[in-house]
Design a protein around this ligand. Structure first.
Ligand code: MLT
Length: 315
């Protein structure tokens, strides 16, 4: 069986392919889409992250391909219906980076509340700012979660450890399941109007694209803060700029953007806006976990047909 690794993957994953009898692995992470199209028919399996575009054009050339494995969660770069039509299984690794992403969310919440990025920047600039950088406690504040899946659940657990009150909205989870993890179930509007902080943990879908827009941002409490470590485009960046710039919102932290990298968008001019470069899943631990998971899953699928974390129906 031949596997191509077309986006960077931790060595632990590559070693699994190398050490499996009957498997050959090629690591080619600098190919253009055209170059990839010229060789893809040589492979039974493809391991990707977020750069490689698995679209109809590529799938049409991938005559031997049986499985695409994403080391990570998001599958925005894979045309799943086209893969299903081409009888190519698509799998992700939904657990390996959840702790890391939850921790990044809490880091953003803390950094925002205590002005850490601005304090670092001003001090490095030789200024000893105190008055302008007075922060706020998160103790006893209400965190509203939009999406309470694997990552949202971990964020809730950590926030409760920090003595926050946690409410949450997730139309795909039973009310009892939300209550079982100690979160108070809420409607989307209740999350908007009752939370001091809102954190987003949903995939980007038709329903969630621009979910945070002029109208919903203005339903949020005056001075509330918004955190998005999920997917770019769920928050409308222009509308967020206006809500922050005119002081309706107290602050916002984005790890993800509608276009990545985002370039010099207007949000970058605001002191109450902080950001990171899609680092939510970027720890050594998480990258080893997802590499191990994706390699094992691809090997299992190609050797025994075992279908772990497959997201498309079999045709
Ligand atoms: C994911 O979908 O797993 C994360 O956003 C991280 C990534 O894109 O690598």
């Amino acid at each position: 069986m031949k596997v191509l690794v077309s986006d960077p993957l931790s060595d632990v994953g590559i070693e699994i392919f190398r050490n499996t009898p009957g498997f050959e692995v090629d690591v080619k992470t600098d190919l253009s889409q055209d170059e990839l199209g010229q060789i893809i028919n040589n492979y039974d399996g493809l391991s990707i992250r977020s750069k490689t575009q698995v679209d109809q054009k590529l799938l049409a050339k991938a005559t031997n391909l049986k499985v695409v494995g994403r080391a990570g969660i998001g599958l925005d770069n894979v045309d799943i219906p086209a893969a299903t039509a081409a009888r190519v299984a698509v799998m992700n690794t939904p657990f390996g980076n959840t702790i890391t992403t939850a921790e990044h969310t809490i880091a953003m919440l803390m950094a925002l509340s205590r002005n850490i990025p601005k304090a670092t920047a001003t001090l490095k600039d030789g200024k000893w700012e105190k008055k302008h950088l007075r922060g706020r406690e998160i103790y006893n504040k209400t965190l509203g979660l939009v999406g309470i899946g694997n990552i949202g659940t971990l964020v809730a657990d950590r926030a409760m450890g920090l003595k926050m009150k946690v409410i949450g909205y997730d139309p795909y989870q039973a009310v009892e399941a939300i209550e079982d993890i100690g979160v108070k179930p809420a409607t989307f509007d209740q999350v908007l109007t009752q939370s001091d902080y809102i954190s987003i943990h949903t995939p980007k879908t038709k329903e969630t694209t621009n979910l945070f827009n002029k109208e919903t941002l203005y339903r949020m409490k005056q001075g509330a803060m918004l955190i998005n470590c999920a997917r770019g485009g769920i928050v409308n960046e222009d509308d967020l700029y206006y809500a922050l710039n005119n002081g309706h919102l107290g602050g916002a932290a984005l790890d993800v953007f509608a276009t990545e990298p985002p370039g010099k968008i207007s949000l970058m001019d605001l002191d109450n806006f902080i950001c990171s470069s899609h680092l939510g899943a970027s720890t050594h631990e998480a990258q080893d976990n997802v590499a191990r998971d994706v390699a094992n899953q691809i090997v299992d699928y190609l050797t025994t047909g075992q279908a772990n974390n497959i997201v498309n129906p079999k045709k």
